[in-house]
Design a protein around this ligand. Structure first.
Ligand SMILES: C[S@@+](CC[C@H](N)C(=O)[O-])C[C@H]1O[C@@H](n2cnc3c(N)ncnc32)[C@H](O)[C@@H]1O
Length: 199
């Protein structure tokens, strides 16, 4: 099974350099952009702040600029942080399992795309709890979930069950306000979710 450490090691050197060029033309990449943009649109003109973790190459920067939002990008890969920083993205090293922000609900919103399926079930709960701790408003989170009764597919990523996601949400005090499906197959559905505090 993948671990956070193995995954972190995957995003350095040439893998980081080629990360976006290898993916940016894929339909899933475009659909993720459209979903994140749609879910963040209500924040347009609010001058809010957004934590993007993992920021990767900083792919969502144009959306934050278009909406007048102030982003901070965090990642555990120094090479990915350098690429995002070179793009003009304000960045800081940070692990989603222990976000280096003191205090509660510091950011207006958070964005977490293409990470939760690399984390084990207990880490998904920890990551969502950390996002909930530092975010006041919507948490935009991508996750691929297993259809009820489907067998886990043979993939490099960990496809979590709806139960695992529900338990993680409850532990974090979050609920799904909205979800936009990015793509699906016989056994899994990949969506970008808008998560909100239950209270
Ligand atoms: C598939 S990339 C996704 C990047 C970006 N969100 C995107 O959608 O393109 C996964 C990223 O997660 C980062 N990462 C892995 N484990 C992490 C952790 N525990 N905390 C923060 N970032 C992590 C990796 O360094 C890598 O940049």
């Amino acid at each position: 099974m993948a671990s956070v450490i193995e995954h972190r090691a995957n995003y350095c050197g040439p893998v980081a350099e080629e990360y976006e060029a290898r993916r940016a033309s894929q339909p899933q990449w475009q659909a993720e952009h459209a979903a994140v943009r749609e879910l963040l649109a209500p924040l347009r003109g609010t001058a809010g702040t957004v934590l993007d973790i993992p920021v990767g190459t900083g792919r969502f920067l144009p959306i934050y600029q278009e909406f007048g939002l102030t982003p901070l990008g965090m990642d555990v890969s120094r090479d990915m942080l350098r690429i995002a920083g070179d793009r003009g993205f304000p960045v800081f090293p940070g692990d989603i399992l222990s976000i280096p922000i003191v205090g509660e609900r510091h950011f207006s919103a958070a964005v977490c795309v293409r990470l939760l399926n690399w984390l084990h079930a207990d880490e998904v709960a920890q990551a969502l709890s950390e996002l909930a701790r530092v975010t006041a408003g919507p948490i935009i989170a991508g996750i691929r979930l297993l259809r009820p009764g489907a067998a886990p597919p043979r993939r490099k990523i960990i496809v979590h069950s709806q139960d695992v996601f529900d338990v993680a949400l409850a532990a974090a005090g979050l609920k799904v306000a909205r979800a936009i499906e990015v793509n699906a197959n016989d056994s899994t559905v990949y969506s970008i979710h808008e998560l909100r505090h239950v209270d």
